[in-house]
Design a protein around this ligand. Structure first.
Ligand code: SF4
Length: 425
C-alpha cells in the first residue's frame, strides 16, 4: 500500500454511507468533541467516548461526516503531531495506524516464507496502533496488569528503540516511544476525536486492502493493553475487519470479529529447574489462569528467555500435564491459530526480543533480570555433526508448582478504573 494511495483513501474514507449502530448519537448535527480530563480518564469514560463518537460519526450525512473527520484529524494532530512537507507542518496528522516488524511478517512472510493467508487463500493486510506501554494518566494505566512486564516490554526494549531513538534509557521519550506517547496523549485528551480518526483510518485501509484482494487485520494494542470495552465501538463498526490482540487482562472478545490471546505474566522459577542457577520469585504469575485457559481449549502466549530458540513442550509439574508450544514469532495474526475442539490449547511461544537480555551472554540471567517474566529455556545447543549448526537438544520447559494463589489483577484493575468486569473467570 503506497502512502499516496493511503492518503487518497483517507480523503474518501469519510464519504461512506452511514451505518446504523445500536448506541445513541445525534444524527445530522456536528458534535462538539469533548476533551477529557486525564485525571478522570477510566475504562468507562473512554468506552463511553468511543461509543458516542462512533455512533455520531456514522450517523452523519456525507458532507457533515467529512467536516467531522477533518475536525477529529485536527484535534488528534494537536497531540500526535502533523506530517511536514519540506520542514513545514501540513494539516495531516500522523497516522494512528502503522506497522511494525511483526505486522510486516504477516503481510510478507517470515524468513522468505509465504505471506500469511486466510483459509480461503486471501492474503492479510496488517496494521496496528502503537501507544505508550504501561503509561499512567491519573488512575488510568494503558496496561493495568503490567507490574511484571513494564520494564521488559517490547514497546521500550525492542530493536526499533535502538535504531530510531530511546535505546537503553527506558525513561527517555525519544523515537518510537515519543511517537507512541503522543498518540496516547491524543487518546486520553481527545478520546472522541481519536475514535473518529481511528474509524476513518481503518475504513481507508479496509478499502485499499479490498482493492488489493486482501483482508484487513488490525491490532489495536501493539504495545498497550487497553481493555477491549474501550475500543468495542470501533471493532463493531467494522465487522468485516479482523481485530486481534494479546492481553494480560481476564477479558474476552467483544465481537465475532475480535480475537484475544491471553498472555503470561511469567512464573516463579526455582534453582535447578530447567538448568536455572538461582531462584526467581514472581508474585505476579498468572500460570493458574493460563493453565485453566489451556485446559478449556484456549491458546495462551508465553515469552521465553532464549533469543533464537523455543521449547517444543511446556510441562506443568503440579498436574503432570504437557502442552505443545508453537512458534508465535513467524507472524502475529493469532486468529489463524488452530484450536481443535475438545483438545487443550497450545502455548504460543515468543522468543526474547529484549535487546538488553536476549544475547547469549545475558541469557542465563534473563529470567532473574525480568523477575520471572521470561521463562528460562536452555536449548542445550550441541553440534551433532561436523560442519553443521548447533541444534537444541533440550526441547522442554517445566513449570514449577507456583506458590500461593496466582495473581490475576485484570478484573480488579478494571473495577478500579471504573469499568465493567468483563470476562471474569
Ligand atoms: S501488558 Fe504488554 S504492552 Fe503492556 S507493558 Fe506489559 S508487555 Fe508491554
Amino acid at each position: 500500500m503506497t502512502s499516496s494511495a493511503l492518503k487518497s483513501a483517507l480523503r474518501t474514507a469519510s464519504t461512506i454511507r452511514p451505518v446504523k449502530l445500536a448506541t445513541g448519537g445525534t444524527a445530522g448535527e456536528l458534535q462538539n468533541l469533548r476533551q477529557t480530563d486525564t485525571g478522570e480518564t477510566s475504562v468507562s469514560s473512554l468506552a463511553d467516548a468511543f461509543s458516542r463518537a462512533i455512533a455520531h460519526h456514522t450517523s452523519l450525512p456525507q458532507n457533515e461526516r467529512i467536516a467531522n473527520s477533518k475536525m477529529a484529524a485536527q484535534k488528534v494532530g494537536q497531540h500526535a503531531g502533523f506530517y511536514t512537507n519540506k520542514g513545514v507542518p501540513t494539516n495531516k496528522p500522523f497516522s494512528l495506524l502503522g506497522k511494525n516488524q511483526k505486522l510486516t511478517k504477516t503481510e510478507e512472510g517470515y524468513e522468505g516464507g509465504k505471506p500469511v493467508t486466510l483459509p480461503n487463500g486471501q492474503p492479510i493486510a496488517a496494521a496496528g496502533v502503537s501507544l505508550s506501554p504501561a503509561q499512567q494518566f491519573g488512575k488510568f494505566n494503558t496496561c493495568p496488569n503490567s507490574a511484571i512486564c513494564k520494564d521488559d516490554c517490547l514497546g521500550k526494549t525492542a530493536g526499533g528503540n535502538f535504531l530510531y531513538g530511546g535505546a537503553h534509557d527506558l525513561t527517555a521519550m525519544k523515537g518510537p516511544r515519543l511517537v507512541g506517547y503522543n498518540k496516547t496523549k491524543a487518546l486520553v485528551h481527545e478520546p472522541e476525536a481519536f475514535a473518529t480518526r481511528l474509524y476513518d483510518e481503518i475504513e481507508a485501509r479496509k478499502r485499499l486492502a479490498a482493492k488489493e484482494g486482501k483482508h484487513l487485520g488490525v491490532r489495536l494494542n501493539v504495545v498497550s493493553d487497553l481493555h477491549p470495552r474501550i475500543t468495542q465501538a470501533v471493532i463493531k463498526a467494522h465487522p468485516d475487519v479482523t481485530f486481534y490482540d494479546y492481553t494480560k487482562l481476564n477479558a474476552d472478545p467483544v465481537a465475532p470479529n475480535h480475537h484475544l490471546t491471553y498472555s503470561s505474566t511469567g512464573v516463579t522459577q526455582y534453582k535447578g529447574e530447567n538448568g536455572l542457577e538461582h531462584d526467581v520469585m514472581n508474585p505476579h504469575s498468572n500460570w493458574r489462569s493460563m493453565r485453566k485457559r489451556l485446559d478449556t481449549g484456549s491458546n495462551v502466549a508465553m515469552a521465553f528467555t532464549h533469543g533464537a530458540h523455543l521449547p517444543e513442550v511446556v510441562h506443568d509439574k503440579e498436574t503432570g500435564k504437557t502442552y505443545q508450544v508453537v512458534n508465535g514469532d513467524t507472524h502475529d495474526f493469532r486468529p489463524l491459530d488452530k484450536q481443535e475442539p475438545g483438545k487443550p490449547g497450545v502455548v504460543i511461544g515468543l522468543k526474547n526480543k529484549n535487546m538488553m537480555t536476549k544475547s547469549a551472554a545475558a541469557h542465563g540471567t534473563a529470567a532473574k533480570n525480568s523477575n520471572g517474566f521470561f521463562v528460562h529455556y536452555d536449548p542445550q545447543l550441541k553440534v551433532l555433526a561436523k560442519g553443521q549448526k548447533a541444534v537444541p537438544t533440550n526441547k522442554s520447559v517445566t513449570i514449577a508448582t507456583q506458590p500461593g494463589r496466582s495473581v490475576t489483577r485484570g478484573d480488579e484493575m478494571m473495577g478500579h478504573n471504573g469499568g465493567p468486569l468483563l470476562g471474569k473467570e
